[in-house]
Design a protein around this ligand. Sequence first.
Ligand code: PGA
Length: 246
Amino acid sequence: MKKYLIANWKMQLLNSEAGKLAGDLVEEKIKKDVEVVLCPSFTALSFVAKEIKGSFIKLGAQNVWYHEKGAYTGEVSPIQLKGLGVEYVILGHSERRKYLNETDEEINLKIKAVLENGMTPVVCVGETFEERRVGRTDLVLIRQIIKGLEDVKLEAGQKLLVAYEPVWVIGTGQAIEPADAEKALRVIESNLKDIFEEGDDVQIIYGGSVDANNVSEFVKEDMFSGALVGGASLTKEKFQSLINKV
Ligand code: PGA
């Protein structure tokens, strides 16, 4: 099974810092069956692209707009990302849902735009603490999946990743109990089965306070196919030791 380790650098690194970290990671040996994807801020994409050129580390973005060109001040188009060598795009991250009011409908349009432009969407879903407390975790996941993936079809060679990220553990240093993550995984899995065709390349990864100490509890046979990593991807030492654990 191919495993994905996707570094979500959020807005944490300056352009030069992102370039430096990418360059440091390229020097390290990375196992062949692990797809490592670095997702810096838009402004740092070309810095990182330069460093990872020719290596097997891949480039990702943290967002995109769903039109290819036009009067959309401040937005970045999928063609522009593709032109920089971006292969993956994180979509619907809870921070964007929360601070930018991103809706499932917008996320749906973005997923389609990313696929149409030959990149892989990494679609984030997950419940808040309050939603879990009142027993709505499954409902939230199902809603985000059904609405976000409405009419999304994969053509030959295309793939899609869904990241289960319980919102309440992101950035806390304390991941969810693996047994609870597995329950959510099964809900997501069975819904994706209804949406996609047998044989479609759709993988589910886990995100939320993943580090070198806990990654192997989530990323293993019959569990998640990889991880979306925030804090633990921000230094070469932390990210490299995490990569070595999968
Ligand atoms: P974290 O972030 O690993 O720092 O919890 C993960 C994410 O927000 O994608």
